[in-house]
Write a protein that binds this ligand. Structure first.
Ligand code: ZN
Length: 233
């Protein structure tokens, strides 16, 4: 087995873009997959081809490794869930403490579809930017959930699929630092300029950490992480 390959779950946000750069740095061939689950804001989906093109243009050593992009339609997820990500309601904490941006089963479903796609593409490695450290309250981003799913997928598909989670144990400041380690200030700038994280889909307000409303939980996390990253030097 000479060539190594990976399929990256790529949303167009900061974490999945850093995860994509991490995979491009390590593997010979890297494909990407995104999901259209009728998210309220299409901004992230729009960011995906832009980020891929910017990565290929800015990093010739990665351009040749960047393979096909796939977008899978998961409209059924919006049909079964009541979430601020798919419905036009204000972002708030729910009675059980989870944010109402939580779409139950979302990451699990993404990984199952990604695994089925990887199976067809002959890829034995998935990479996802989920993180338990700064975690936004999403239980399906936790290490135990991912590990359990990896076992279930391999039992159910008779494979030896590995789910790579390079961001699992690092906080948002360290995620910016990882981007700088992988691609220098050029990659940090690309992530600030091209990726999208804001829950409100705001591309009108530019901050030193990128575009966003500046108030939603995703903006707050991204801004605090960037501040800590720059403060540490
Ligand atoms: Zn925001």
């Amino acid at each position: 087995m000479g060539e190594t390959s990976a399929l990256v779950l790529f949303s167009g946000g900061q974490d999945s873009t850093t995860c994509l750069a991490w995979a491009l740095d390590r593997f010979d061939r890297v494909e990407t997959v995104g999901f259209d689950y009728r998210q309220r804001n299409r901004v992230e989906l729009d960011a995906r081809p832009r980020v891929r093109a910017a990565l290929a243009a800015a990093f010739p050593r990665w351009a040749g490794k960047l393979g096909d992009d796939h977008v899978l339609d998961l409209a059924a997820l919006a049909a079964v869930s009541e979430s601020a990500m798919t419905r036009d309601v204000a972002i708030a904490a729910r009675a059980d403490g989870l944010p109402n941006t939580f779409v139950p089963g979302r990451n699990l479903l993404f990984l199952i579809f990604a695994a089925a796609l990887a199976y067809r593409r002959g890829i034995a490695r998935l990479a996802t930017g989920v993180c338990e450290t700064d975690f936004s309250g999403y239980p399906d981003c936790r290490d135990d959930a991912i590990k359990a799913l990896q076992v279930a997928l391999n039992l159910g598909m008779a494979t030896r699929l590995v789910i790579e989670t390079p961001l699992m144990w690092i906080d948002k400041a360290a995620t910016w630092r990882l981007a700088r380690d992988l691609g220098g200030e050029k990659l940090v700038d690309l992530i600030r300029e091209e990726t999208h994280t804001c829950y409100e889909g705001d591309r009108a307000h530019r901050h030193d950490w990128g575009y966003g409303c500046g108030h939603c939980p995703a903006c707050a996390l991204r801004a605090a992480g960037y501040g800590a990253f720059r403060a540490a030097g």
